[in-house]
Write a protein that binds this ligand. Structure first.
Ligand code: NAD
Length: 439
């Protein structure tokens, strides 16, 4: 187990133009967004210095026995960005492209997201660099348990609380919980349930958590639609990534009368101008692992996907998917960022010039961490809240935060991303100015 600290801030690479890859450096891009917001809200130099790097960067290597008897070494990360407002909180990603700077960027976004929503948590993120699709369920279980063990006392129910992200799910969280519970003292075992959120219902999860991120995206869209006098009923939308966030957002939007005309995932893109049924498509994905091959659609290219005739675009895959080329191609009125960090700063500028609204990630996709916080509270109090109660509390929080962002954006003539960062940064700065630096 080792810790690594990077002293210098990397510079942002250019956004993709003709080619989509290689991707830019997410941490550098998040820092670029941060610096813009720091200027907009006149953040003190001291707070800006503190926030320029995460507090802790943990890198672990751990061996796992494969089904065929061989041993494989895995590399895992846990970045604890900031905890001035409460315990570190953030998802764990399983993906072959996970890097230190990606996890640092995602951890920083968690700090802003919790602060924006006034959730008493800080920001963290974790990841293991491997492709989960290439492993059996029993291998995934052993990888998860070994990773949890390698993290050791660096996570904990009052210190750092992981959750699902791309490539992980409720089952992954239950394995983490069980591993963690079994290495702490017997008396405290049951108080350890809240070491992770996003668990299954039977193992202490919250009603409404699985769909929470998608639910939150749609609350933001309905607020946006009200402001813009736009009718979601009858609108067309496209979704990039049809996993947890993409599929739930699509199902809820369809219930509101909107039509999904194109979607895509790691394998390819599909379209049907008459509409794709997200419920049937989710069944197809559960059976085959991808949207590709769905029989009520034609296959399209990535370029055709971004050029679709639609009103709403929901990026819900991974970060840095929308560069200049994609921003110019999109024909939509609004982009609601289900994914974390999907948009390059250059693309943001193009959206602004073209009058396309962007509901930024830390606002749009925060339904997940909000219900994670509810789950943590329920575990702490040994309570189980009804679905209606969870949904009502989530709706109230999402709409309240959306309105706060809109008000600051109007007052200071800011884009929504900068306004959302501004609210978050002001909360963090107030805490630092009251508490100072110890010793
Ligand atoms: P997931 O693994 O369930 O789904 C990811 C989807 O993206 C899959 O359909 C996958 O095939 C697709 N995808 C991967 N690479 C792609 C590529 N290059 N092009 C197109 N599609 C691609 O993950 P998820 O939990 O839905 O997370 C998606 C995004 O939302 C991530 O950015 C994540 O950080 C963010 N997010 C998730 C949550 C949550 O509660 N799960 C909360 C907030 C934000």
């Amino acid at each position: 187990m080792s810790t690594a600290q990077t002293a210098t801030s990397p510079s942002a690479k250019a956004s993709p133009s003709a080619e989509q890859h290689p991707k830019g450096n997410l941490f550098a891009i998040v820092q670029q967004q941060l610096e813009k917001a720091i200027r907009a809200v006149n953040l003190s130099k001291d707070t800006a210095v503190i926030l320029s790097q995460p507090k802790n960067e943990l890198i672990v290597h751990f061996p796992v026995r494969m089904d065929d008897g061989s041993l494989k070494l895995f590399k895992g990360y846990r970045i604890q960005h900031n905890n001035i407002l409460g315990p570190y909180k953030g998802g764990i990603r399983y993906h072959e492209d996970v890097t230190l700077d990606e996890v640092k960027g995602l951890a920083a976004a968690m700090t802003w997201k919790c602060a924006l929503h006034d959730i008493p948590f800080g920001g963290a993120k974790g990841g293991v660099k491997f492709n989960p699709r290439l492993h059996s369920k029993s291998e995934l279980e052993r990888i998860t348990r070994r990773y949890t063990h390698a993290l050791g006392a660096n996570i904990g129910p009052e210190f750092d609380i992981p959750a699902p992200d791309a490539g992980t799910n409720a089952q992954t969280m239950v394995w983490i919980m069980d591993t963690y519970m079994n290495v702490v003292g017997f008396n405290e075992k049951n108080a350890m349930r809240r070491v992770v959120t996003g668990k299954t219902i039977a193992s202490g999860g919250s009603y409404g958590r699985e769909a929470a991120t998608g639910t939150g995206v749609v609350h933001c869209l309905t607020e946006w639609a009200r402001d813009r006098r736009f009718d979601i009923n009858g609108a067309n939308y496209i979704v990039q990534g049809f996993g947890n966030v993409g599929s739930h957002t699509a199902k809820i939007l369809s219930r509101l009368g909107a039509t999904m005309v194109a979607t895509g995932d790691y394998k390819g893109y599909i379209a049907n101008p008459e509409g794709l049924n997200p419920f049937k498509l989710a069944d197809h994905v559960a059976a085959t692992g991808s949207v590709v091959g769905y029989k009520h659609a034609k296959t399209i290219t990535r370029e055709e996907f971004f050029g679709s005739e639609a009103d709403i675009f929901i990026p819900a895959a991974l970060e840095l998917e929308i560069g200049e080329k994609e921003a110019k191609a999109l024909k939509v009125k609004v982009v609601a960022e289900g994914a974390n960090g999907p948009t390059y700063p250059e693309a943001d500028e193009i959206f602004q010039q073209r009058g396309i609204d962007v509901i930024p990630d830390i606002l749009a996709n925060s339904g997940g961490v909000t219900v994670s916080y509810f789950e943590w509270l329920q575990n702490k109090r040994s309570e189980r809240w009804e679905l209606e109660e969870v949904e009502e509390k989530l709706e109230r929080r999402m709409k309240r935060t959306y309105q706060q962002v809109r008000e600051l954006a109007e007052e200071k003539k800011l884009d929504f991303r900068t306004a959302a960062y501004g609210i978050a940064l002001n909360r963090i700065e107030t805490a630092y100015s009251e508490r100072g630096i110890f010793p």
